[in-house]
Unconditional design. Structure first.
Length: 315
């Protein structure tokens, strides 16, 4: 089945030094960009993460320090990657929780302005987990009836993800799905925007999941003591929370999104003050009285005091 695309859809997969978005780095990236009409373009590269690759990570994806030590870092290739993706929507396997925030973290470190505004995001894993709940290897076997060779190499995984999505569209065409609220729909359709809605279940604001949208569409805190509270409400009662997050160990993209919410909230409050000015003046009101200062009781003059004055002013 060919994808019904209004604009390019970029499938991508990352191999990294670890799973911490704020501290780990990309070591390999592969992008398969599919354009309307079916044209396919591929960009695959390894980059120097500028940090040691842990042994457990190397055992997982097969990339070792020696493989990348002489390669350019991500910053050197960032503009090339951003230009290749262009205005494409993004798709991947577990991409909403990991690959998208990791990629954005690297772009921000590199100083490349790669915007997520207006893009759709299709997380093939979310379709799979909701409909069948398996791994990528099992998904490939289940949907494509083939074994996935070279699993956990970026290009093999991204190609498998593309094939799995096409097979999912065929398998679940006109298949009803009932969500946890009892709402029945036919969510798996050949439309990227519809798949975006179905695969973004938690409605993250920042993709790392620190901030999520509530039922009203407002950004809320999704961790810690303020979990479930609207971000702007937290700003009102505890403005220092913004500074704490900006200085804390949070992903750069989370901080960027938070800064946008903070600035928008400040601007709205400023406009409210302009439209509904509060009468304030630097001149104290008539009812204002300074607290009276009681004079200290005078002390009796002694000979020692007189002698001290004579010594002080004598010529």
């Amino acid at each position: 089945m060919e994808l019904n695309l209004k604009r390019p859809l970029a499938f991508f997969d990352l191999e990294t030094t670890g799973v911490q978005v704020s501290s780990d780095r990309i070591v390999e990236l592969s992008i398969l960009k599919v354009s309307p009409g079916g044209k396919e373009e591929t960009l695959t590269m390894k980059v120097n993460p500028e940090m040691p690759i842990p042994a457990e990570s190397s055992m997982f994806h097969g990339i070792y320090d020696a493989d990348v030590k002489d390669l350019p870092n991500f910053q050197a290739r960032a503009k090339e990657i951003a230009n290749f993706i262009g205005d494409a929507d993004l798709a991947g396997y577990n991409s909403n929780k990991f690959d998208v925030p990791m990629l954005m973290e690297e772009f921000l470190r590199a100083g490349v302005d790669f915007s997520l505004e207006g893009r759709s995001f299709v997380d093939v894993q979310n379709i799979f987990h909701q409909m069948e709940q398996r791994t990528l290897k099992a998904a490939y076997k289940f949907y494509c009836n083939e074994s996935l060779d070279n699993a956990h190499t970026a290009e093999a995984d991204v190609r498998a993800t593309y094939e799995v999505l096409k097979a999912q569209l065929s398998k679940y065409e006109n298949v009803e799905y009932e969500d946890k609220h009892g709402v029945v729909s036919v969510p798996v359709v050949n439309d990227v925007e519809a798949l975006h809605s179905f695969t973004n279940l938690s409605k993250p604001v920042d993709f790392a999941g620190r901030l999520v949208y509530d039922a009203d569409g407002d950004a809320t805190i999704n961790f810690g003591k303020h979990k479930g509270k609207k971000v702007v409400d937290v700003f009102d009662v505890e403005p220092s929370y913004y500074a704490w997050m900006q200085n804390g160990d949070f992903p750069l993209y989370t901080k960027k999104v938070l800064e946008g919410i903070w600035n928008e909230h400040k601007n709205k409050k400023r406009e409210a003050r302009v439209n509904n000015p509060v009468q304030a003046t630097s001149t104290p009101s008539k009812d204002f009285k300074k607290p009276e200062r009681k004079p200290e009781p005078s002390k009796p003059i002694t000979n020692d005091m007189l002698k001290g004055l004579q010594d002080k002013f004598k010529k």
